[in-house]
Design a protein around this ligand. Sequence first.
Ligand code: MEV
Length: 441
Amino acid sequence: MNHRPVDGFSKLSKQRKIDWLISEYLYEDRSYEQILQQYWNNDPDLQKLHEEFSENTISNFYMPYGIAPNFLIDGRLLALPMAVEESSVVAAASKSAKFWLHKGGFKTTIINTKKLGHTHFIMEVEPHKLQHFFNFKLKQKLFDATQEITANMRKRGGGILNIRLIDKTAEMPHYFQLKASFDTVDSMGANFINSVLEQFGKTLKEEVNNDEDFTTQEKDSLQIVMNILSNYTPDCIVRAEVSCKIEELNDDSGISNEEFATKFKRAVSIAEIEPFRATTHNKGIMNGVDAVVIATGNDFRATEACAHAYAAKDGQYKSLTHCTIDNGLFRFWIDLPISVGVVGGLTNLHPLVKFSLALLGKPSAKELMSILAVSGLAQNFAALRSLVTTGIQKGHMKMHLFNILNQMGATEEEKQHFVTYFKDKTVTHHEVIAELNRLRN
Ligand code: MEV
């Protein structure tokens, strides 16, 4: 069937949108409408709140919201809120938290908190001439022109830290940047940074036009390409680490502490030199980071983009975590670039986000950075611990068992049977189906 395009979809009521979808794509099958309605909240105000987060909303998409307790972070015991659909992530986090609880817990350090943004522009001008104009005329004007936009942020202790002119003409003809760094305190700062940069673009245009040292040709050549923050924040880094004496590792997998430490370190080293492994290794880290990022109302696409760009900063994609064994001391850490906020965005709007932040003791943005790095490190520790000992499938499939059973429409009684059945066996899809058939016959 060929579908017809629609005009003014966003202006239709929710019901009219659904009617149109059902007639255009779903063969008039009204059971699909019930699926959407099942997820509407009974409280009309709460439903409206969620619908207004985004355009063209027709239902809500649930994700499990779980808790990983027992995280000792810089001496404070926290329970981490995690929004994630992958069945083993919360269990892995909880296991790691417990493992490190009586070994000093997780320690974190904020290395720096600078955010960046650029006005990208083209100008057919001698770079030295432009640099001179920037140093002696433009730079101060950029600060002056954004006084109003930055007033509130300055009151909170942040604002524009510095502005530089960057000559990119060796990489693209006539391409320059105004590169600005910012302190956005407790906000992620995307709207603030973009508003400042858009003013930079306007001021640049005005000041070039009013400057008598530029020729008409130079003035006419100026094109502001775009003004936008960078989600790559290599100067907004938090370090989280764990360490203990090898004899304190006490892994329960049946191998010696020394062997465990050596195998673990080797697995990290492989992710430091092999991009295929590093991608999966870092994906596992982001399982932990994103789940808390989402639960605290932050932007997981931004954190993903930044982490992976940072992992490739030396020209080859590498592990974000590192491990050393020195003089009998096992040390495992992550340097995570991450820009998040605890004010603005969804933080004051989404009731579950408010819950998450309250649960975490209303952290500052820096404290949230620490918690996120710990969540990533813990997740990576749990994954590597399984990978170098029992293999990943044992724990993974144990958590996935209920997904398979639900798919097969298993009853509560049948589910209980399977919990006992797999107590001392590794769960496989094949074995679940075979045992279910035996049971039902
Ligand atoms: C699965 O979501 C994540 C892992 O593959 C991570 C890893 O291999 O390190 C288990």
